[in-house]
Design a protein around this ligand. Structure first.
Ligand code: ADP
Ligand code: F6P
Length: 328
């Protein structure tokens, strides 16, 4: 994992996959840490798409001023299926060599880290940084963007509860997370949801209806069910099924969607992204490659990217049990 330290004069930084609030503070931290170490930084535009096309621009100290508080990513990002092909990866390597880039820092989700490892295996020193609102990346307690997304979800559910209880309604609220139920479970606990539905656990629609009906019988004025987007059947279908049953409440469905990915990063995300950005450059200076900056407790450690992408992150059972025990 540790290569003999070759002098690093120029690095490139990129954001890839789904954007995550905190990507901008991350870019700022990389640029400023690099400059403190006399390293020039190029920004790659639109993730792997820009790498294949050689779309680089120099990021100086001032260019990353005033972005700390902004959501999204100033470098933009993309889903680029082309990069999965060896030919495109060779094309990216050609641009990396032509631009005399000594090393790369890539922030993104599982897919982006898989792409980053491919480059590392071809000899480019690469550091991965976990950034995905889904928090589905193995080996790190938190990814950039998770805390901001959770705060957005909590804010939305608090508002939905106001209208739900004014009308005696049950709300199914869909959260993002692709195949992970992490956001749904966390949000369910801290908004006091009656039920959380996640892809990792099968809960048949009949049981969902029963839980809502029980809430009604206990005298609740509303019922909130948080549904992770990966749960089957899809939320709108489930909503129609539940609404057709006699459960006391009428039912409404709210799909929070991409609003969860936007907004200014929270204090937690700004600090996490900043620490990851600083560490990524320091790891390169220590000669490390093919590792991800991982939050382990309070520390940031280098974790081999191979280990990261070959394992699936699971939601701690404690949280799942807590969600169900507290929903009374
Ligand atoms: P995320 O990084 O948020 O998980 P994606 O799964 O869309 O998002 O991955 C982002 C990008 O990473 C893809 O568009 C693609 O360019 C690259 N990528 C994903 N999987 C691979 C792979 N197996 N090999 C090479 N590149 C990949
Ligand atoms: O990985 C982040 C994420 O927002 C997932 O939660 C969601 O399934 C997916 O990206 C949506 O992707 P897109 O923005 O390409 O529609």
């Amino acid at each position: 994992m540790n290569e003999p330290v070759k002098s690093i004069k120029k690095i490139a930084v990129m954001t890839s996959g789904g954007d995550a609030p905190g990507m901008n503070p991350f870019i700022r931290a990389v640029v400023r840490t690099a400059y403190a170490n006399n390293i020039t930084v190029l920004g790659v535009e639109r993730g792997y798409e820009g790498l294949i096309q050689g779309k680089f621009r120099e990021l100086r100290i001032r260019e990353v001023g005033g972005i700390l508080q902004r959501g999204g990513t100033i470098l933009q990002t993309a889903r680029c299926t082309e990069f999965r092909e060896a030919g495109s990866q060779r094309e990216a390597l050609r641009h990396i060599n032509n631009a005399e880039i000594d090393a790369l820092v890539v922030a993104g989700g599982d897919g982006s880290l898989t792409g980053a490892l491919k480059l590392a295996q071809k000899g480019v020193p690469v550091i991965g940084v976990p950034a995905s609102i889904d928090n589905d990346i193995y080996g790190t307690d938190m990814c950039i963007g998770v805390d901001t997304a959770l705060n957005t979800i909590v804010d939305a559910i608090d508002k939905l509860r106001d209208t739900a209880s004014s009308h005696n309604r049950a709300f199914l609220v869909e959260t993002m997370g692709r195949t992970s139920g992490y956001l749904a479970v966390q949000a369910g606990i801290i908004t006091g949801a009656e039920l959380v539905l996640i892809p990792e656990h099968k809960t048949p629609p009949r049981e969902v209806a029963q839980a809502i009906e029980e809430a009604y019988r206990r005298g609740k004025t509303h019922a909130i069910v948080v549904v992770a987007e990966g749960y089957k059947p899809p939320t709108t279908e489930l909503g129609a099924m539940i609404d057709a049953m006699d459960i006391g409440f009428t039912t409404r469905v709210t799909i929070l969607g991409h609003v969860q990915r936007g907004g200014k990063p929270t204090a937690f995300d700004r600090m996490l992204a900043t620490r990851f950005g600083v560490k990524a450059v320091q790891f390169l200076l220590e000669g490390k490659s093919a590792v991800m900056t991982a939050l382990s407790g309070r520390e940031i450690i280098p974790l081999p990217m191979e280990e990261v992408i070959n394992h699936k992150k699971v939601i701690a059972n404690d949280y799942i049990e807590m969600a169900s025990m507290l929903a009374r």
